[in-house]
Ligand binder design. Sequence first.
Ligand SMILES: Nc1ncnc2c1ncn2[C@@H]1O[C@H](COP(=O)(O)OP(=O)(O)O)[C@@H](O)[C@H]1O
Ligand SMILES: [Mg+2]
Length: 231
Amino acid sequence: MRTILQAENLEKVYRVGRVDVPALRGVSLDVHEGEFLAIMGPSGCGKSTMLHLLGGLLTPTSGRIVIDDEDLTAASDARRTDIRRRKIGFVFQRFNLFPTLTAEGNLRLAERIHSANGADDPERRRDVLRLLKLEDKMHHKPLELSGGEQQRVALARAVVTRPALILADEPTGNLDSENSAIVLNMFQELNYRFNQTIIMITHNPEAAAMCRRIIQMRDGRIVEPTASIQV
Ligand SMILES: Nc1ncnc2c1ncn2[C@@H]1O[C@H](COP(=O)(O)OP(=O)(O)O)[C@@H](O)[C@H]1O
Ligand SMILES: [Mg+2]
C-alpha cells in the first residue's frame, strides 16, 4: 500500500512570552492511502497541534512531514500553501462560512480556491450536498441554516474538491447525534467511494469505532501501539 503521509519525529514548542510550551514531543506516524484513522486523547495532549502540522497550517519546531511525496517541511511558505490547497481538506470545529453566499456558493468558492484550474463542477457539488442531506438547502445562506446544517456545509466545502487527505478536528464536537451520524456516514462514504484518506480527531468512541486505526495521544506523544486492523 502506498504511503500518503509520513511524519518523522515531530516536535512543536510554542513560545508564550518567555515561556516555552512543548506541545509535541517527538511524534512519528505513517499513514497509508485510503486509511481512515482516529486520533484520541485528553484535552491539551497535542492533537490539534499535530493535525495543524500535518496540514501545513503550522510549522514544526523540528521533524519532517512528507505528503504524497512532497516534503512539506522543506517547502517555502508559498509552496506549502499550494500543496495544502491541492491535497488537503481541513475541517475545523468552527465553520467560518461566507455569510453572503449560499451553501452552494460557499462550495463554489472552495473550488475556485482549492483546485488547480478553479474547476466548476456542479455535479460534484450536488453529490456532496446530497451525501450531507443538504440538497434542499443548497440555495440557503448560512443564517438561514441551523448550526448542524452550517457545520455540514463547512464539511461539504472541505471535501468538494476531493482532496487526497481530509483532516478533521473534532468534526462532530458541536453536533447532536443526528447530525453526527450524517457527518460520520459521509466520511465513511468518501473513504469507501473515492479512497480518500481521513484523519479525524474525536472524543466520540462511536466515531472512533468506525476507523480502522485509532491513535491514542498523551502529553505530546503517541502512546498506544498503532496496530491497524486489516479489513
Ligand atoms: N497557539 C498556542 N500558543 C501556545 N500554546 C498553545 C497554542 N496552541 C496550543 N497550545 C498548548 O499546546 C498544548 C497542546 O494543545 P492542543 O494541540 O490544542 O491540544 P488538544 O487539541 O489535544 O487539546 C496545550 O498545552 C496547549 O495549551
Ligand atoms: Mg484540540
